[in-house]
Design a protein around this ligand. Structure first.
Ligand SMILES: [Zn+2]
Length: 181
């Protein structure tokens, strides 16, 4: 049994990493389930921006997931904090648990569910990085949301559409803009 967390900004290969870590269990004849939040999609697939895609169950809450030995949860940041209890139960039952998602939101703030998952102390924490879309260094840990050319520093709902209204950029710490405290 293993408990792995994969975090990072957009376009850092988190979903690819999730699939790469879960897929080998198929050869061990284990029951594998990939999970996606309903908030994100109605499609029953998880798709990496880097091209891979695989079937997934779409749920509102992790409590709806059952009958598996190995689970890969994508977009954990879109689940509610209470779902961390479900993850803790899976780990205690000896399941192989892989969780991925944005570890920081567009404001550079850790979503409550992500904080709770990290407090469960995963055996392995992988923090992916992306290429900064401003200066092109391979050191982007943040996700900037822009409307037109203007960064949006606050006031957005939890889920923003992926229909072109907003632009999502991976950015390094020098290029990432956050609201002054
Ligand atoms: Zn940069």
């Amino acid at each position: 049994m293993t408990f792995v967390f994969i975090g990072g900004p957009m376009k850092s290969g988190k979903t690819l990493e999730l699939i790469a870590r879960v897929a080998p269990f198929e050869f061990a004849k284990k029951r594998i389930t990939y999970v996606q939040p309903k908030k994100n999609t109605r499609e029953e697939h998880i798709t990496s921006r880097l091209g891979l895609n695989t079937r997934a169950v779409v749920v509102e809450s992790l409590g709806e997931v059952n009958d598996f030995d190995v689970v890969g949860v994508d977009e954990i940041n879109m689940f509610e904090p209470g779902d961390a209890e479900v993850i803790e139960q899976w780990v205690r039952e000896g399941k192989d648990v892989f969780i991925s998602g944005l570890d920081l939101d567009y404001r550079g703030i850790m979503p409550p569910i992500v904080k709770e998952v990290l407090e469960l102390k995963p055996d392995v924490v992988i923090i992916k990085q992306a290429v900064c879309e401003v200066c092109h260094t391979y050191d982007a840990h943040f996700t900037q949301i822009l409307k037109g050319n203007e960064p949006v520093l606050g006031g957005l709902p939890l889920i923003t559409p992926d229909d072109g209204t907003y632009i999502y950029e991976a950015r390094c710490r020098k290029c990432f803009l956050r609201k002054k405290k």
